[in-house]
Write a protein that binds this ligand. Structure first.
Ligand code: FEO
Ligand code: CA
Ligand code: CA
Ligand code: CA
Length: 583
């Protein structure tokens, strides 16, 4: 049930107008302010040097906030129940804009060895304690917080699940295939009921030089591991596919991190399959198992679901951290019921890939299904989607919401009811309802609740709402929910499609305002809006990813000075938009 408009409502703000794409500002609604929580380079530990754009070192970067946050997780209080004005923020550092990080670097090929090491250290995850003065002031990172941690390209990870130790995961540095250095291109994620962080390794292919690598079964090609990479093999052989053919199989997983224990070893969960994982979002099934919903962000790729074998035990973190190591893996097929009803909707099935430890894919062992999940899924005939990004269960209504960000390559002959537009520039959002409302179900119904674009475009659809009263939107990417169950959507790609800055929106799913999409904030020129966390109706965290990323921008020629402090170079940041009270 959506509360009426008012100060206690998530909708208690006046939506902002779309922001022209060249605007170098964060725009928030009237009555709100914003402040950076933490920016690229901010020091995490007591003796970490302050950020100095012109004197960067890899040693410093390993102890400073990483670059380009996508997923953000907020834990109020946290370990030891530290009170209302303390908390923890964990965020992914997806990739780097090498041309904006250093002077005189037109492309990654120009990086010195030390700059390459800095770039590697700026990838991964950042975990930091946060604090605020009082309930009306913004959250800010705490240098020296006891749970602060950087996870980067040289941090050791353990493997879990059926493919751990597989011959396909063994390398000369790790002959047992069970200890991997680093995590790459961590995009979206999800929080577990037991308080850990799940993070998706997405476009990991770009870091590997595949020049001359044999590919008899098309395994490299299916994962886009076909380029000359970003020069990383100059300092580490493992990024050369010819020299170390299995290293690339050690990326493309869902990663789990315990943010409360900075000494813990993070884990890559092979049971959840290997693809360009956007992220994973979990919910409990009717009988207490854990379902994880996952998108594979590529044009014409798939939506997956994992269901654990074991059951969640309240308060038993050690047990719960084993749940993603064993279970069943499925991939989605969506069937339309025709256009006569005026809606894009229908039924669907979760097609089995691995069930009860047995491969359901002819010609594939369990290990092969999990390591080359895309190729295994191709065999069973799932629905080719328009780049599935976030796929998240709504904790209030139990339905699942999936952002299909766009697919400019879909031809008219490739249209189906679930992906109904050719040259889909603007994307759409699909709602799934599991049979019986149970996340363990093997069938579901589905409906597109948002066909994005300019509302004047007759193809658009805003869950039935009057299109004269909704905001333009394009390229939905991350989704989130507030405590009332309203759907929040952040975008990646609006500047190129609608000539507006990327933004964060809210769209109610029930009640009189169902489908009334309003824009909450927008981010500066060149940036993407990521990782929204709707703490409450007064308080929203977003990641401002790649501010100033436009063609030709360099440190001498920046188009964004966000977050508008210090030397004026753009610095990806997590920010807090908060309501100003009594001022
Ligand atoms: Fe990193 Fe699918 O966006
Ligand atoms: Ca229909
Ligand atoms: Ca994304
Ligand atoms: Ca994105």
């Amino acid at each position: 049930v959506v509360p009426a408009k008012g100060p206690k409502s998530a909708l208690g703000f006046t939506g902002i107008a779309p922001t022209p794409a060249t605007t170098d500002a964060v725009v928030v609604p009237e009555g709100f302010a914003w402040a950076p929580v933490i920016s690229w380079g901010d020091p995490l530990f007591k003796n970490t040097p302050a950020f100095d754009f012109d004197n960067q070192t890899a040693a410093a970067q390993r102890e400073q906030a990483g670059y380009n946050a996508d997923y953000v997780q907020f834990i109020q209080g946290g370990a030891g129940n530290r009170g209302a004005h303390q908390g923890l923020v964990a965020f992914n550092n997806e990739y780097t804009n090498d041309e904006l990080m250093f002077r005189g670097v037109a492309s990654s090929a120009d990086l010195t060895d030390e700059q390459l090491r800095i770039v590697q250290a700026a990838h991964g995850l950042t975990i930091t304690e946060v604090a605020r003065r009082n309930a009306d002031s913004p959250w800010r990172w705490v240098q020296g917080g006891e749970r602060n941690r950087r996870i980067h390209t040289d941090t050791p990870f353990a493997m879990s699940g059926p493919a751990a130790g597989s011959v396909h995961l063994r390398t000369s540095d790790d002959p047992k295939g069970e200890r991997i250095l680093g995590t790459l291109n961590n995009c979206a994620g999800g929080e577990t009921p037991w308080g850990t962080v799940l993070s998706g390794e997405e476009n990991f292919n770009q870091y590997f030089n595949a020049t001359g690598a044999p590919d008899p079964q098309g395994r490299l090609k299916r994962y886009g591991i076909t380029s000359a990479g970003r020069g990383w093999e100059r300092i580490q052989d493992r990024f050369s596919v010819v020299k170390e053919p299995n290293e690339v199989n050690r990326f493309g997983w869902i990663v789990e991190v315990d943010p409360d224990d900075p000494t813990s070893t993070p884990v890559k969960h092979t049971a959840l399959g290997r693809f360009k994982h956007e992220g994973a979002s979990v919910a409990l099934t009717a009988d207490g198992r854990v379902a994880a919903y996952m998108g594979d962000d590529e044009r014409f790729d798939y939506i997956y679901k994992f269901v654990s074998k074991g059951r969640y035990k309240e308060g038993d973190k050690k047990h719960n951290m084993t749940l993603l190591a064993e279970g069943d893996l499925y991939v989605a097929r969506l069937s339309g019921d025709g256009a006569a009803d005026g809606e894009y909707d229908g039924t669907g099935q979760w097609l089995p890939l691995v069930v009860d430890g047995v491969s359901k894919v002819p010609g594939f062992s369990v290990e092969e299904v999990l390591i080359w999940t895309r190729l295994a899924a191709d065999v069973v005939g799932p629905t080719k989607m328009d780049r599935p990004e976030d796929v998240q269960p709504n904790p209030v209504n139990g339905r699942i919401y999936a952002a299909m960000t766009n697919n400019s390559s879909r031809t008219p002959a490739q249209i189906d009811e679930a992906n109904p537009r050719a040259s889909n520039k603007h994307g759409h959002v699909t709602e799934f309802t599991e049979a019986g409302g149970d996340h363990a179900a093997l069938t579901f119904t589905w409906k597109i609740v948002l066909v994005a674009g300019n509302p004047s475009d007759p193809q658009t659809y805003f869950n039935g709402y009057d299109k004269s009263e909704v905001s333009p939107i394009s390229c939905p990417d991350n989704v989130a929910f507030d405590k009332a169950g309203n759907l929040w959507i952040s975008t990646d790609g609006m500047p190129g499609q609608l000539n507006y800055c990327d933004a964060l929106y809210v769209m109610p799913l029930e009640g009189a305002d169902k489908g009334k999409l309003q824009q909450f904030l927008s981010v500066p020129v060149g940036a993407e809006t990521c990782g929204p966390v709707i703490i409450n109706e007064d308080s929203v965290l977003v990641a401002v990813q790649h501010p100033g990323e436009v063609n030709g921008a360099t440190p001498e020629n920046v188009v964004s000075h966000f977050p508008y402090r210090g030397d004026g170079q753009p610095r990806p940041s997590v920010i807090h938009a908060y309501r100003r009270h009594g001022r």
